[in-house]
Design a protein around this ligand. Structure first.
Ligand code: GYE
Length: 323
């Protein structure tokens, strides 16, 4: 009974997306609304997306929104007007997408979300989302810190990602859950560094100033490595020893965090692959060619790396991953 129902639902969904239209699986024209290049990871995602499109003979129309949602919405409308075959969106924040994604749906243009999610009541506004489990990433980070500090009292400062973005919301949630049972670990300051090195450095400077020159800080949790790299700079300029006096845990596993680990200035990171476009293009090709409905969420892996994992070897290996 269940199978029939899900088959019916899939067919209905496929129909409303116009899967009955025949498309050439390759030589698709795909519009990509990218957030910007706020971090090394985001730049790598763009590189990989362009490379994967080329490999698949996909005509990619790329738009850089410079971190602004209104630029993303404008780009999506332009893609719709151009009659592209599909649209990729990395949504800068979770909300405010219903209207423009409804326009894409009405134009029978499938949308795939990359690396971030949206919050909407209407579940059929996108074909699938290719993202990591960001709550899990925060939990992996928190679990590492709980193990690293043992029963020692530990005051943590947190550098949050972009306000209102799914990774910032979810990575905070997961980390808070992981440390909730450890009464000796407390987040004493938490502020957005907007996923950038510059803002991460600036906010960390203010934390150091507010916490007796950093003496009150036992660890930094940053929602991405780029903010951590900025924070490491701030700690060193204040005469502190990041990775030693103050533990560091962040997310993305970009090459430069492994260089910091090799120098004894960083402790751990949770890996996020920059290759979200490969699975997205594969799902789109199957959908266009055969009407195959992908799973609503294509989840990417999250692996913990620490300074014990031969950081320079990992650093070298990152060159093939779009960095
Ligand atoms: O961690 C960060 C980028 O959306 C999960 O965005 C992505 C995050 C990533 O700015 O480096």
């Amino acid at each position: 009974m269940k199978t029939t129902l899900s088959l019916l639902a899939a067919t209905a969904l496929a129909f409303c997306w116009g899967a009955n239209t025949t498309y050439a699986a390759d030589h698709m024209t795909v519009g990509f609304s990218q957030i910007g290049s706020e971090s090394g990871w985001r730049a790598a995602e763009t590189t990989v997306t362009k490379r994967e499109a080329e490999k698949r003979h996909i005509n990619l129309k790329f738009s850089d929104a410079q971190q602004k949602q209104e630029n993303q919405i404008r780009a999506i409308r332009s893609f719709i007007a151009q009659g592209v075959d599909a649209i990729l969106v990395a949504p800068v924040v979770e909300t405010g997408w219903d209207a423009v994604l409804q326009e894409a749906k009405d134009a029978k243009i499938p949308v795939v979300l990359l690396d971030r999610n949206i919050r909407t009541e209407k579940k059929d506004l996108y074909l699938t989302a290719v993202t990591s489990d960001q709550v899990h990433e925060g939990k992996v980070a928190g679990d590492w810190l709980v193990k690293a500090v043992g029963s020692k009292a530990c005051n943590v400062v947190e550098l949050q990602g972009t306000t209102g973005s799914s990774p910032a919301i979810n990575r905070k949630k997961g980390f808070d859950e992981a440390i909730s049972a450890a009464k000796n670990i407390k987040i004493i300051r938490s502020q957005t560094g907007d996923f950038t090195r510059a803002k991460g450095k600036e906010v960390m400077e203010s934390f150091i100033k507010a916490e007796n020159g950093g003496k009150g800080i036992c660890a930094v949790y940053a929602h991405n490595d780029d903010m951590m790299i900025g924070a490491i700079q701030a700690m060193k300029e204040a005469g502190l020893k990041p990775g030693k006096d103050i533990l560091t845990i962040s997310i993305d596993a970009v090459p430069d965090i492994f260089k910091a680990m090799a120098a004894g200035e960083a402790n751990a990171t949770v890996e996020l692959t920059p290759d979200m476009a490969g699975p997205a293009f594969d799902a789109l090709a199957a959908y266009k060619a055969k009407g195959t409905m992908p799973k609503p969420w294509i989840q990417t892996e999250s692996k913990l790396y620490t300074a014990k994992d031969d950081p320079m070897k990992v650093y070298e290996s990152k060159k093939d991953l779009g960095y």
